[in-house]
Design a protein around this ligand. Structure first.
Ligand SMILES: CC(C)(COP(=O)(O)OP(=O)(O)OC[C@H]1O[C@@H](n2cnc3c(N)ncnc32)[C@H](O)[C@@H]1OP(=O)(O)O)[C@@H](O)C(=O)NCCC(=O)NCCS
Length: 184
């Protein structure tokens, strides 16, 4: 059963289970063509709502999903980062999407680090992937900063099966070896 009070804390961020109040920021992010460039383009309010509830549903049914990322300094919702595994997905993913005003601050790497720690400790996952478009260099940079490497070409389930996707990732052992050496 979902623990709706679950929160993770980093130096500058709170990661928590999505709440109704997060939808406004979520919908605004969906309207941003630059942010949605590698995620199938802008989203109508209806599409954003359906996707938002799919993430809430992931938490409710699977006990995990992308966290809402809250910036401690001002309490703002700045994006969604964390574990996901929709039906037919090529693996256990840690994904990241931030509102544009939160890019270039290291927040994605900071939040993903906490989410990966939590996923490996709490979900029993033995490896993680990140599905990234070949020309999404900002996302590839996050993967590299986390120590993930390019594993090869991947395929998402229908209707996203024609989207060009590369799979990045690493194993649990690789992650904790890097954490022990404090290189993440
Ligand atoms: C992918 C995405 C999350 C990356 O965000 P990002 O802000 O570039 O990534 P990070 O949080 O790791 O930040 C790293 C940047 O912050 C800078 N930075 C500034 N202050 C920092 C700090 N205190 N600590 C660490 N990095 C800091 C780094 O120098 C780096 O900038 P650079 O790329 O110009 O060298 C963002 O571009 C995004 O949301 N894109 C749209 C959605 C998307 O495509 N998602 C991925 C789908 S696969």
């Amino acid at each position: 059963m979902i623990d709706t009070g679950l929160t993770l804390e980093t130096g500058r961020l709170i990661l928590r289970v999505p709440q109704r109040a997060d939808f406004e920021g979520w919908a605004r992010l969906g309207r941003d063509a630059e942010a949605m460039r590698h995620l199938g383009g802008t989203k109508s309010a209806f599409e954003a709502w359906r996707h938002f509830l799919a993430n809430v549903g992931s938490w409710r049914i699977l006990g995990f999903g992308p966290f809402s990322v809250i910036r401690k300094a001002d309490g703002q919702w700045i994006g969604r980062i964390g574990p996901l595994h929709p039906e037919g997905w090529p693996g256990d993913e840690i994904g990241w999407t931030l509102a544009r005003e939160a890019w270039g601050c290291g927040y994605a790497t900071e939040a993903a680090t906490a989410a990966i720690d939590w996923a490996f400790a709490s979900l029993g996952w033995t490896s993680i992937i990140h599905c990234i478009a070949p020309d999404n260099t900002a996302s590839q940079a996050v993967a590299k900063r986390l120590g993930s490497t390019l594993q090869g070409v991947g395929r998402l389930p229908v209707p996203h099966d024609q989207d060009p996707i590369e799979i990045w990732g690493q194993t649990r052992e690789e992650w904790f070896a890097r954490r022990a050496a404090r290189t993440v």
